[in-house]
Design a protein around this ligand. Structure first.
Ligand SMILES: Nc1ncnc2c1ncn2[C@@H]1O[C@H](COP(=O)(O)OP(=O)(O)OP(=O)(O)O)[C@@H](O)[C@H]1O
Ligand SMILES: [Mg+2]
Length: 229
C-alpha cells in the first residue's frame, strides 16, 4: 500500500539581507495512515516552516509533499484552499480563534467556508465541542475561556471538517504543565478516534515520548530520536 504521507527532497531557504538561510535541506519523511509523529528541535531549526509547507501555507523551493498521492506543492488557488479545508486540521501555539465570535461560531467556520448549511454546521460544531469537553461553553467568546479551554476550542475547530492530517505547532506550548498534559492527552485521543495521521511539534520531550514516533529537526533534516536520547 502506498504511504499516506510521502515527503521527498524538501528544501526551503529564506533571504536575510545578503545572506541565504538554508532552513530545510533535502528533508524527507514518510508516514503510514494512522501514525503520529512528534517533532522536536531547537528554536529556529525550522519546525514551523516545515509544518507550514505540509499544510500548504507556504511554498517549498524544491521537493514533493504527497498527501494521499496528491502533491501539495503543485496545488494553487482554489484547489489549494480546498485541500487545506478538507484534508488538514491545523492547531497553533496561540489558538488563533476569532475574538469577536463565540466558541461555537469559531468551530463552525471551516464548515461554513465549504458552504455546509448553517444548521448542519452548528450541529457538527456542537458535537465537536461536546467531544473536547466544552458542551456548555459554546456561547463563550474566546476571552471568556481559560487558555486550556481556548485550546480545546482550537482542537474542535481543527477537527470539525473531518481532516485526515492533523498538524500541531506547539499546541501545548502556551499552557501550564498540567493543562499542557491534558491537551496533549486530548490530541492522543482524537488522533485515535478520528483515525488521523498526525504531526505534532513540541518542545516538551516528555510529551513527545508519548507519540509512537519521534523525530528531531536538525540541520534542515528530520532525524530519528531513539528513546533515552
Ligand atoms: N518568512 C521568513 N522570512 C525570513 N526568515 C524566516 C521566515 N520564516 C522563518 N524564518 C527563519 O527560519 C528559521 C526557522 O524558523 P521557524 O519558525 O520554522 O523555527 P522553529 O523551529 O519553528 O522555531 P521555534 O521553536 O522558535 O518556534 C528561523 O531562523 C527564522 O528566523
Ligand atoms: Mg515554531
Amino acid at each position: 500500500m502506498s504511504k499516506f504521507l510521502k515527503i521527498q527532497g524538501i528544501s526551503k531557504s529564506f533571504r536575510s539581507g545578503n545572506e541565504k538561510l538554508h532552513i530545510l535541506v533535502d528533508l524527507a519523511l514518510d508516514l503510514e495512515r494512522g501514525q503520529m509523529v512528534a517533532v522536536t528541535g531547537a528554536s529556529g531549526s525550522g519546525k514551523s516552516t516545515f509544518l507550514h509547507l505540509v499544510g500548504g501555507m507556504d511554498r517549498a523551493d524544491a521537493g514533493r509533499i504527497l498527501v494521499e498521492g496528491v502533491d501539495v506543492t503543485r496545488l494553487a488557488g482554489k484547489e489549494l484552499a480546498e485541500f487545506r479545508n478538507r484534508k488538514i486540521g491545523f492547531i497553533f501555539q496561540f489558538h488563533h480563534l476569532l475574538p469577536e465570535f463565540s466558541a461555537l461560531e469559531n468551530v463552525m467556520f471551516p464548515l461554513l467556508l465549504r458552504r455546509t448549511p448553517f444548521p448542519q454546521a452548528r450541529q457538527k460544531a456542537q458535537e465537536l465541542l461536546d467531544e473536547v469537553g466544552l458542551a456548555d461553553r459554546g456561547h463563550h467568546k474566546p476571552g471568556q475561556l481559560s487558555g486550556g479551554e481556548q485550546q480545546r476550542v482550537a482542537v474542535a475547530r481543527a477537527l470539525v471538517g473531518r481532516p485526515s492530517l492533523l498538524l500541531g505547532d506547539e499546541p501545548t506550548g502556551n499552557l501550564d504543565e498540567h493543562t499542557s498534559e491534558a491537551i496533549f492527552q486530548l490530541l492522543l485521543e482524537v488522533h485515535r478516534t478520528h483515525r488521523l495521521t498526525s504531526i505534532i511539534v513540541t518542545h516538551n520531550p516528555r510529551l513527545a515520548a508519548l507519540c509512537e514516533l519521534e523525530k528531531r529537526l536538525q540541520e534542515g533534516k528530520l532525524v530519528n530520536v531513539t528513546s533515552g536520547n
